[in-house]
Write a protein that binds this ligand. Structure first.
Ligand SMILES: [Zn+2]
Length: 324
């Protein structure tokens, strides 16, 4: 018994992780590079859906990249957290503790922060989530204003919440007109050029939009307009990223894109008033209902005023507080 006690003390003193309470029952933990390297190669909902394009854009190459090579690349690009950045995130957690606590969020016991070089996404400035981790790239940490890093932190907490409470997703997504169905089945060549958003890797969200030719069924989709990565150009995963709505139909129990001359029929969401009417205009980050709701969650937590569609925030809050 004494030995066990001594062992725990040893762990407590020498653990490479530093933690702070985000809300009751949820700690914010900083992964060191060894812990992070093990986490980023996990076969999670993201890793199970990555495409050939995801892997080659990540390595900024036009050749095929195997999953094993991709995982090595991810593991190579994790970094330790400098104390100054740990202090900054601890401050973010303190700044929003009361508001997050008041929403009675069911979060995992730990939310783990991972620091990367950014080369794992082809050298671009992004933050994203995997499992119960929030990943910040060096480019974002070095280049984005502190207020943007702080708002992003709250945005990412929604993704961690959403992944931890999958059964709640449909309630949030239906606020903005989306419903969850079976995963979209793509022809292989189109699957391999889709771009997987780690925050919303599943392609299973659908909406019905009124058009001049009647109501049509659509699915949000991001893909590379140039299916082979162009090594002469910059951009990483964003090099030729395009967000569209795919026209979809149900056939033999599967949801498939409607094809025309070998290409899926696409709608430009940005130029479709019915789409904006459906999702609201609080945010223009509308590539997926998960992202729209994560952005609205940030507005809810930070108490942003004068939003064009405050009803979205109100409905969201009621769901969290279980009053709807
Ligand atoms: Zn996001």
């Amino acid at each position: 018994m004494r030995f066990i006690k001594a062992f725990f003390v040893f762990i407590a003193i020498f653990t490479p992780l530093r933690a702070i309470e985000l809300i009751d029952g949820t700690e914010l933990v900083f992964a060191d590079s060894a812990a992070a390297a093990a986490l980023v190669i996990t076969d999670d909902d993201y890793m199970q859906r990555i495409s050939a394009y995801d892997r080659s854009a990540s390595l900024r190459t036009d050749r095929e990249v195997s999953v094993a090579e991709y995982k090595q690349h991810l593991a190579r690009n994790v970094r330790n957290w400098p104390d100054s950045l740990k202090t900054m995130f601890e401050q973010f957690a303190r700044n929003h503790h009361a508001q997050l606590q008041a929403l009675q969020l069911n979060l995992p016991g730990k939310i783990i922060l991972i620091h990367t070089s950014g080369d794992e996404v082809g050298g671009v400035s992004v933050a994203y989530t995997r499992m119960n981790t929030i990943v910040y790239t060096d480019l974002m940490l070095a280049g984005a204003p502190k207020a943007a890093l702080e708002n992003t932190f709250i945005h990412e907490i929604f993704h961690v919440y959403s992944r931890h409470n999958r059964d709640m997703r449909s309630r949030f997504y239906e606020i903005i007109g989306f419903e969850i169905g079976p995963e979209l089945t793509l022809p292989q060549d189109w699957f391999e050029r889709h771009i997987t958003n780690p925050d919303a890797p599943e392609m299973n969200c659908y909406a019905t939009l009124p058009t001049e030719e009647g109501a049509v069924r659509v699915a949000p989709f991001i893909y590379a307009t140039r299916p082979v990565y162009d090594v002469s150009k910059p951009g990483g995963i964003f090099q030729s990223l395009s967000f569209v709505l795919l026209r979809v139909e149900e056939k033999n129990g599967q949801i498939i894109p409607i094809m025309e001359k070998g290409r899926p029929l696409m709608i430009n969401a940005y130029k479709t008033p019915a789409f904006w009417k459906m999702v609201g205009t609080n945010t223009n980050y509308v590539i997926h209902p998960e992202e729209i709701m994560a952005s609205n969650f940030t507005f809810l937590v930070t108490g942003k005023k004068d939003l064009p569609n405050p009803e979205i925030i109100e409905k969201m809050k009621k769901i969290f507080l279980n009053k709807q």
